[in-house]
Design a binder for this molecule. Sequence first.
Ligand code: AMP
Ligand code: ZN
Length: 455
Amino acid sequence: MDYQFYDTYSNSKKIFLPLDPTNVRMYVCGPTVYDYAHVGNARPVIVFDIVYRMLKFKYGEDHVTYVRNITDVDDKIIEASNTLNEDIVSLTKRTIEYFHDDAEYVGALKPTYEPKATDHISEMISIIEKLIKKNHAYESDGNVLFAVDTFENYGQLSGKSLEDLIAGSRVEVAEYKKNSADFILWKPSKENEPGWDSPWGKGRPGWHIECSAMSEKFLGQMFDIHGGGQDLTFPHHENEIAQSESCNDKKFANFWMHNGFLSIEGEKMSKSLGNFITINELKNRYQGDVIRLNMLLTHYRQPLNWTEKGLKESKKILDKWYKIIETNNQNLQQDHENISKKMMVALADDVNTPLAISELHQLYKAANDGDNKALNAFYSSCKFLGILNSSYNDWNTWQPSDTNLDENLINELIAKRNQARNSKDFSEADRIRDELLNLGVILQDKDGKTTWKLK
Ligand code: AMP
Ligand code: ZN
């Protein structure tokens, strides 16, 4: 069975033929780590986890390489570190831990590699050097910029002409740019900002070059699938293509897959509207399976309206599904062979998860009528999709916690306390410990790490 995926670059659904079936390669842009991830960020995590599972199913467990990077140097990170008065290493480290917890909670498999930008600065510098040598980039006022008019296909992915890009003021106009659509590859670091030595002075990379460098290191100059949210099409992915293809004179990624955006109760999710839900908050209210099923009920390219009603319905479906599994516990056989062919046909057609789930409903019905084959197909297929992860007992006894604890606040206070301890301001550190105690939070310091629990 061939897979077909919609490719943003060619604006069409295409049959997926890997460059090398013994090593199918996928790169997905991961999080920028300065705060808890929100439910919108969980969408690419879940969607590309399904693609990863599909690829492993067809090409074999050990024949797929999935890279999802971590952006740990960025303006937003510097800003958050200043606001919280927490050093960047500690801020990014704890945010990466939150992200890992969140990804596990929504049932995502670990990617093969999860490179961090700050570990690949020298690779970025060597791509920039090559681009300068090939006249695709130039230095200006300590910045290095990519000259977009040297790349003929610029705008192809997002379907924009260079003129449109310049006219629509989505590009920053600056003195040091030859063309206002030129974008930063390297910029000087201000004092107190993270910086690395480079041929252009102490500085830091632009965001786009990170992904060109990390994808090449782990997947080679050309690979099969590049994914991310729709918002990344322009400028991020457009710029990745320009850099990598100009540097290597080769097509970069064969398929560009983008997930649609998630809104909340019909409204665009934003901090100012106050409808911003972190995955971490959801952990108190729903089991991870609920989040995952709810996400998969909408096709990945469609906009997704995240509602409390939808979550409750997903929970109800799963209650039924866990029940039938528990009732027929002794008859179950989880096996690749048992995975529903009809479900795989649905997925093979551009990851049609809503159709795949309607197939699960059919199988559930037949299983409920005593069809043992359907029961096994149902169970194996659910497992394939990464749902039914808990034991029945855990599922059934789980209770939402109605604590209104603001974990963000707790972690901010812990970070501030650590800062105070580091600068030997022990009275401030003790004050913060008491403040947390008043909130019902007890701190434990062990092996240089601070953890907390409820009183
Ligand atoms: P960021 O940490 O902002 O770089 O985003 C990480 C990933 O989440 C990227 O692939 C984004 O495109 C994606 N993303 C961010 N917001 C949303 C949203 N509201 N809906 C769907 N995907 C999103
Ligand atoms: Zn990227």
